[in-house]
Ligand binder design. Structure first.
Ligand code: FMN
Length: 201
């Protein structure tokens, strides 16, 4: 059994939709899956400034939050964050910043990692967000398994660094088939590589 942790942040639901798809895809591959939203750290005043943000916070209120144990448990960690000024959200970074003790023990090493993101515009910083997300992976001693162009479907979503959705000017464009296929591919590929590592020791 391969353990897959989907660790992500979402304000208005796009990353959440992507995480749900990854959860389904990883389950279809026979993996044991923990889908975990990281804790919200924005003040209520900021959340209430955007009705969709408030709606999403309320919708996931009862869901479990990501913990260090989820990271230790996982063979595959799929990290997700929307783009914030071309960078990772403070919410996901805050979670990563709590992992110092696990890093010191070496328990974040030797796992497979990959990332997914969403932004309003195609050139608004998806690659820079994914690359920033991967800084921590290098420090963990993680095994970064990007999708590259390892399948023709990657020429449709077009992002070799991870999987990305463009949510559009009103932030409500549906996640298209090309991105859904790329999410399925990311889950299958990372699980396959992790299993190879396990089998070959
Ligand atoms: C403070 C802030 C900064 C943002 N910065 C960018 C950006 O640099 N480039 C971009 O294309 N979209 C940017 N966005 C838009 C989000 O990345 C986009 O709406 C994303 O799809 C939201 O994902 P979510 O629904 O999971 O929260 C920003 C949004 C906010 C609130």
């Amino acid at each position: 059994m391969t353990n897959v942790a989907i660790i992500y942040y979402s304000s208005t639901g796009n990353l959440h939709e992507m995480a749900l798809r990854l959860e389904k895809a990883a389950g279809s591959e026979g993996a044991d899956v923990r889908r975990r939203h990281v804790a919200e750290i924005a003040p209520d005043a900021a959340i209430d400034s955007n009705p969709r943000w408030r709606e999403h916070v309320d919708a996931i209120a009862e869901e479990p939050r990501a913990t260090g144990d989820d990271m230790e448990w996982a063979d595959v960690v799929l990290l997700g964050s929307p783009t914030r000024f071309g960078n990772v959200t403070s919410q996901l970074q805050q979670f990563l910043d709590t992992l110092g003790p696990l890093w010191a023990q070496g328990t974040l090493a030797d796992k497979v990692y990959a990332g997914f993101t969403s932004s309003q515009t195609a050139h608004g910083g998806q690659e820079s967000t994914l690359l920033a997300m991967y800084h921590g992976v290098a420090h963990f001693g993680g095994i970064l398994v990007t999708p590259g162009y390892t399948d023709p479907l990657k020429f449709v979503d077009g992002n070799p660094y991870g999987v990305s959705h463009v949510s559009g000017a009103d932030n409500d464009d549906p996640i298209g088939d090309g991105v859904l296929d790329a999410l399925d591919h990311l889950a299958a590929r990372t699980i396959r590589i992790s299993r190879r590592l396990t089998v070959e020791g």
